[in-house]
Design a protein. Structure first.
Length: 268
């Protein structure tokens, strides 16, 4: 498969806290709100809770009643590094950010792209992959540019960078059809002709067109960086997650992991 992974590391660790000002000696210092997750809390619980949306093969999908895929294996490696088990919670992609902010899950792994808006809400690990978003249409369809999507029905998943791109780029002249699940719903809608095109991540897109040769990638919409999301306050957890991801990138384990899952899904 044609994909690249990131080999660099930027550890943005906040090492200081603002001190309260003008506190009377008789008054106790204000308590900092407890972070909804931390390395200590995860170890005390004995498991890392991962949030995902299991409709994005080969990153996460349901097989034999269990959620499996690239992101699940990355989460398992993080859990092993922490010395705990792993619990996977499947939900709508659009609900993942709020779930991690509220502490319903410790981490989100869902091929989630780093965006400025998301960075204001959650803390991201170093990227574990660089990818692009792609537009897929039926093979031979007269779609090769944004202008060719004028008046066409285009499928996207709610809450994704692909939805952001579609709204900004196509919103004035295309019919944008939103789905909670990409696979199989968006893919089947394209196969039946209910959609003229769909917009998905590059690795997912390349896997889809190999599995369904009646489709083809007709254009790319730019670079995106996939990372693990955590609560903004979980700096200690970010250090542990970054350490695992960096090790997997440096050793080549991440590349092997992604390749193996792509091949498994394509030929299963």
């Amino acid at each position: 498969m044609d994909f690249k992974v990131v080999g660099g590391v930027v550890l943005g660790v906040v090492i200081g806290l603002l001190l309260a000002m003008s506190i009377l000696p008789s008054q106790p210092a204000a308590q900092k709100p407890q972070c909804p997750t931390s390395v200590d809390l995860i170890k005390q619980r004995g498991k890392l809770v991962m949030g995902t949306s299991a409709d994005w093969p080969p990153y996460e999908y349901v097989e034999g009643g269990a959620v499996v895929g690239i992101d699940v294996d990355i989460a398992r490696r993080i859990a092993q590094s922490l010395g705990v088990g792993l619990e996977v919670r499947d939900m709508k992609f659009s609900a993942l950010i709020e779930a991690v902010k509220r502490g319903e899950v410790d981490v989100v792994l869902a091929d989630m792209a780093i965006t400025p808006d998301r960075e204001r809400q959650v803390l991201f690990s170093i990227p574990y992959q660089v990818d692009s978003s792609v537009v897929i249409a039926r093979r031979g369809a007269p779609i090769r540019s944004v202008e060719d999507l004028r008046g066409k029905a285009v499928g996207i998943q709610v809450g994704t960078v692909q939805e952001d791109w579609a709204v900004k780029t196509l919103g004035n002249f295309s019919k944008i059809v939103r789905y909670d699940k990409v696979y199989p719903y968006m893919v089947e809608a394209l196969r039946k002709g209910d959609l003229d095109a769909i917009v998905v991540g590059g690795v997912v897109g390349r896997a889809v067109v190999k599995r369904y040769p009646e489709f083809e990638i007709v254009m790319s919409t730019g670079v995106r960086y996939s990372a693990v999301a955590m609560p903004l306050c979980a700096q200690d957890l970010k250090l542990e997650v970054d350490k695992v991801i960096y090790g997997m990138l440096q050793s080549g384990e991440m590349e092997r992991l992604i390749s193996s899952w792509v091949e498994k899904w394509l030929y299963s």
